[in-house]
Design a protein around this ligand. Structure first.
Ligand code: ADP
Length: 412
């Protein structure tokens, strides 16, 4: 989880920002991450992770002022998880009553085509979210469970939903339309939606600040490379194309997800292996990507094996880089003019080897890598030379702050 932001003001964010903290909640099916974030400065006042919800041996970590407090106990459901959250704040601080959060900001993975921006949660919004579950069956149910319990636990606080998909609702029809039968598109809303929107929004805004250019005049490709990964073309602060589509499976190679595939694959495996759709779905969500190529979904482990001469890990790295270069090139052409490339999230922020491999192959775009700056990068860093026509940056993402900003802007 990213630490508190460096205190840099976020400019051009649009709208004024309420002072006071926002409690940011990212609820999954078996885990719940939270952070109490000061919306105006990004200062993180407490972070927490509650794991193994609904399984035996629940685990809760609460970090405040650099100290981690660990609690082990059964956490049978999301209601119990919120009890633990409240107890951790009560015991280790800050006291929620006196911290007086102005809102709760919930991360919601899929907002379909219904939600193009952050919304205040009411009964109608919840009903719509439940209807959207088939679009993100692995993610939205956990998000909804978190919202339902938060509404009961904190009935007096405004609660907002911030969607991973909303930032991409500015994509033009040419970018989001799939060439599939009209009835699929009309009846089932089959189209590209894109994800990691809060990260792409935050990072592209930071890039404009770092370039000292107005956001409206800055074109950036953001490479969000974590366990999930996506690339996004941001034109003047608006997403115009992205590598993920209907679901978070498409595009780049990820920890356990394959990214782009030939659409003929399910039918082929059904014919030759009798594979069922649920089996296929499971394999694509949990058994593909780095895990399939190198036996480990964790990029750092794969890099260690590659350095030790492991051939499968070497191939995995090459496939990851190839796919990244392919998407970067495509998104640069979509933008027409490229000002910057930004690397973010766990891999993007921490692997100079990966960044160098991508940028060394991006010379055609006018990028010249500053190898020394790349190797030494800590926090926000320019990693292209002064002569480079296109700038390249490492920008640590801060999705929690972006969610707090979104929530706070909606309420002021
Ligand atoms: P997510 O939020 O999508 O779960 P993260 O953004 O935390 O994921 O990124 C996790 C990935 O970042 C893992 O594959 C991990 O191995 C990788 N990573 C973290 N630190 C490093 C590092 N120092 N070098 C290379 N990869 C790293």
């Amino acid at each position: 989880m990213p630490s508190a932001a460096g205190g840099e003001p976020v400019t051009d964010a649009g709208g004024s920002v309420a002072s006071g903290p926002v409690l940011v909640i990212n609820a999954g099916s078996s885990s719940l991450k939270y952070q109490l974030v000061q919306a105006d400065s990004g200062q993180s006042r407490a972070t927490g992770l509650i794991e193994r919800i609904g399984l035996d041996d629940g685990l809760a970590r609460h970090t405040v002022e650099g100290r981690e407090h660990v609690l082990e106990r059964d956490i049978p459901d999301h209601a119990a998880a919120f009890e633990v959250l409240a107890a951790q704040f009560a015991e280790h601080g800050p006291d929620l009553q006196s911290a007086a959060p102005v809102a709760i900001g919930h991360r919601v993975v899929h907002g379909g085509a219904k939600f193009a921006s952050t919304v205040l949660i009411d009964d109608e919004v919840l009903t719509t979210l439940r209807r959207l579950v088939p679009l993100a069956p692995l993610h939205n149910p956990g998000n909804i469970a978190g919202i339902e319990v938060a509404l009961e636990t904190f009935p007096d606080l405004p609660q907002v939903a911030v969607f991973d998909t909303a930032f991409h609702q500015t994509m033009p029809p040419a970018a989001y339309t799939y060439a599939v039968p009209l009835s699929w598109r009309q009846t089932f809303n089959i189209r590209a939606y894109g994800f990691h929107g809060t990260s792409h929004a935050y990072v592209s805004r930071r890039v404009a600040d770092l370039l000292e250019r107005p956001l409206e005049e800055t074109n950036t490709v953001v490479l969000h490379l974590g366990n999930g990964a996506s690339a996004c073309a941001v034109e003047g602060g608006r997403s115009v194309d992205t590598s993920m589509g209907l679901s978070p499976l498409g595009g780049l190679v990820m920890g356990t997800r394959p990214g782009d595939l030939d659409p003929g694959l399910p039918a082929h495996l059904s014919r030759v292996a009798g594979m069922t759709l649920p089996e296929f779905d499971h394999a694509l969500n949990k058994e593909s990507g780095l895990k399939a190529l190198a036996g480990d979904s964790d990029f750092r482990q794969v890099m260690e094996r590659r350095e030790a001469g492991d051939e499968a890990a070497g191939l995995a790295f090459d496939v990851v880089v190839h796919r990244l270069v392919r998407h970067l090139g495509a998104l640069a052409l979509v933008l027409g003019r490229l000002d910057a490339i930004a690397f973010t999230a766990g891999i993007g922020e921490n692997s100079p080897t990966l960044r160098a491999a991508v940028l060394e192959r991006a010379g055609l775009l006018g990028v010249e890598l500053d190898a020394e700056a790349n190797d030494a990068a800590q926090g926000e860093t320019r990693i292209s030379t002064a002569a480079s026509l296109v700038a390249a940056f490492v920008v640590p993402t801060n999705e929690e702050w972006e969610i707090a900003l979104e929530a706070s802007r909606l309420l002021t």
